[in-house]
Design a binder for this molecule. Structure first.
Ligand SMILES: [Zn+2]
Ligand SMILES: [Zn+2]
Ligand SMILES: [Zn+2]
Ligand SMILES: [Zn+2]
Length: 385
């Protein structure tokens, strides 16, 4: 006979597994309705899409510990948990809670802002009657919802299929089905793109760069504003308003601009010091050192270590991807990840491996030393379930 506490543990695990499955099934159900009924009912589509994101976040929290999906974890009770009779955590609290327990920022700042805008939109629709979404919804309201879903999916999809793939793998076929409908829904945005296309062509003729938007796919993303740090700039899409980041580096031979989203994507196995980029215009190769030489070195400590592991652990290994870029103005020196484009003002040293990690201190050990593998690929350990 099993020891009593072993049996209790099994019971908790079974309830958690069942709850996880029903949260995910529900999330997928809401997503399906949201993407397939967008034209018929854009208002419900917004609400369902937001509910789906919230449910996925809850499901991910549940994997860490069942009490975490309570609005107030102190009131957690296994009996009402089993019955599903409790006030669960909302999106706003679920995200910081996830960050606390996972010890890394898998939900990037841009993702958080995007999810939050979706949440606010949902709340407005629930609380205030909006005539644009009644009877026969017009093209503009449908376009608005499609654009919002493009942006939301751009951040949700990689969580489900990459960062958290271990947990959501069995739902992959349906996630892909939703994804392909998302791609089809982009067609609603074509009219908006067409309206801009003349201006885009004119801009291109003047040497402006327009990139294919990662969220909606239209070649309508352009660099906006001043650089963030070193070679990093913000971009915004004219069609879906998705905001993203790119590196813009001037070719040292022909002076044309080289645009890169992720230095590691075309050369995934290289160490940071070995990465190279090539100019689209004159094919000149530029080495990592060539790129660094374009920026001033740290004025205070010229020999300070200037490479670090990204605090998002975006390379899933101890390879360094962050560089300290210094600018001659109020921007000063910042840590910039050449893989995920994250910018951080500080870095800290792991007590175990001695590596520098960008971002706020979450030590004493880095996530890679703490869990001894890929961040977040670990299954919950006995003591937490
Ligand atoms: Zn776009
Ligand atoms: Zn060139
Ligand atoms: Zn990174
Ligand atoms: Zn470490």
């Amino acid at each position: 006979m099993k020891a009593k506490n072993q049996m209790d543990r099994d019971k908790k695990r079974n309830s958690s597994d069942q709850m996880f499955d029903s949260l995910v099934q529900n999330a997928l159900d809401f997503l399906l309705r949201s993407v397939f009924e967008i034209q018929k009912n854009p208002k419900s589509s917004v609400i369902d899409f937001c509910t789906a994101i919230e449910l996925f976040l809850k499901a991910r929290l549940l994997i860490e510990h069942w009490v975490l999906i309570y609005q107030d974890p102190k009131s957690a009770d296994l009996n009402n948990f089993r019955k599903g009779d409790f006030q669960s955590v909302g999106m706003k609290d679920a995200i910081p809670r996830l960050e606390n327990v996972l010890g890394s920022k898998q939900i990037t700042k841009d993702a958080k802002e995007t999810f939050d805008r979706i949440r606010q939109h949902r709340n407005r629709l629930i609380h205030f009657f909006h005539p644009a979404y009644t009877d026969k919804p017009g093209n503009t309201s449908i376009q608005k919802v499609v654009a919002e879903q493009c942006r939301g999916w751009f951040y949700l999809y990689p969580l489900l299929t990459n960062s958290w793939q271990n947990f959501f793998a069995s739902y992959h076929p349906i996630i892909e089905m939703i994804s392909s409908q998302m791609l089809k829904n982009r067609d609603f945005l074509r009219m908006k793109f067409d309206a801009y296309s003349q201006g885009i062509e004119k801009g291109k003729a003047k040497g402006k760069v327009f990139l294919a938007c990662e969220a909606c796919g239209f070649e309508a993303a352009r660099i906006v504003g001043e650089k963030l740090s070193g070679p990093l700039f913000s971009t915004e899409c004219l069609v879906c308003n998705n905001q993203s980041r790119v590196f813009q580096i001037q070719c040292h031979k022909c002076s044309s601009n080289i645009i890169i989203r992720n230095f590691f994507a075309p050369q995934p196995d290289r160490e940071i010091g070995d990465i190279e980029i090539s100019c689209n215009n004159c094919s000149t190769l530029m080495s990592f050192e060539d790129i660094l030489n374009m920026y001033p070195s740290d004025p205070d400590e010229s020999y300070t270590p200037f490479l670090a592991i990204c605090g998002n652990f975006c390379l899933h290994s101890k390879r360094k991807s962050a560089v300290s870029f210094c600018d001659d103005d109020e921007r000063g020196c910042k840590w910039v990840c050449l893989s995920c484009c994250d910018v951080e003002g500080e870095a800290w040293e792991c007590d175990n491996c001695g590596q520098l990690i960008t971002g706020e201190f979450i030590g004493p050990f880095c996530v890679l030393c703490e869990f001894g593998g890929e961040p977040d690929s670990q299954f919950p350990s006995e003591h937490i379930m």
